[in-house]
Design a protein. Structure first.
Length: 233
């Protein structure tokens, strides 16, 4: 009897153990549901010729300071019933986030949940976020120098700074920004194209525009403010 209990205990632990995030081989990484959950312990950088494909139902648990930096093609293909999930292994800790930095390969991300990250960003990249949930991040999503980013049926909740738009524009459709500390921040040169009425019930402010702050203060908002926030996080 004791041997049987020991066998099933070992089997259970093996069944639910996280699989290490795979190394990039032949320019591609494919995360499959059957091998999920995965564990990312450190940063992984995908080059401009690399491809990341994630199947529905995949979970990736992140250690502190883990980061995904994606320069190549990205297809994260969750479904409504089987979303893809990125979150901290320890929910009391944060991870560094997922960053799209390709100016050549458009990304496509559908039915993804991103939780507990410090900052998720899109820089000089184009692509689509569809039915993506940004939950309990410090910066939910920071878009900078990008003109072809689309948010469709996404949601932002319990983030410190939900959505920030730098130089460029973000096209938004049926996306809720509700229950964050700060909702939308549009930097000078940035454009938000969407329904502002869906940005509501955020604790400190629903919409802030750097151009308005500049007009009120007569000077540019110092970027050192952001640096102090990040260093203190």
């Amino acid at each position: 009897m004791k041997k049987s209990l020991f066998f099933f205990s070992v089997l259970f632990s093996l069944t639910w153990a996280e699989v290490p995030f795979p190394v990039i081989e032949s320019g591609k990484v494919v995360l499959t549901e059957k091998n999920s959950p995965y564990l990312l312990e450190t940063s992984v950088v995908f080059s401009g010729t690399d491809t990341l494909i994630i199947e529905p139902g995949v979970q990736v648990f992140m250690m502190p300071y883990a980061k995904l930096l994606l320069r190549g093609s990205v297809q994260i293909l969750g479904t409504e019933k089987k979303p893809v999930v990125f979150k901290s292994l320890d929910t009391t800790e944060s991870w560094s986030g997922v960053h799209f930095v390709s100016n050549t390969a458009p990304f496509y991300v559908k039915n993804l949940v991103v939780e507990n990250a410090f900052r998720n960003s899109v820089t000089q990249s184009g692509g689509v976020f569809e039915s993506v949930q940004f939950i309990n991040n410090y910066y939910g999503l920071w878009v900078n120098s990008s003109n072809q980013v689309y948010l469709k049926k996404c949601s932002f909740s319990r983030n410190r700074f939900a959505l920030s738009v730098g130089a460029g524009s973000v096209n938004v459709d049926a996306t809720d920004i509700v229950g964050n500390v700060f909702g939308l921040y549009v930097e000078k040169g940035g454009k938000f194209l969407g329904n502002l009425q869906l940005i509501k019930e955020n604790l400190e402010a629903n919409v802030r525009k750097e151009s308005d702050e500049l007009a009120g203060k007569g000077k540019r908002v110092s970027t050192s403010v952001w640096h102090r926030i990040e260093s203190g996080f």
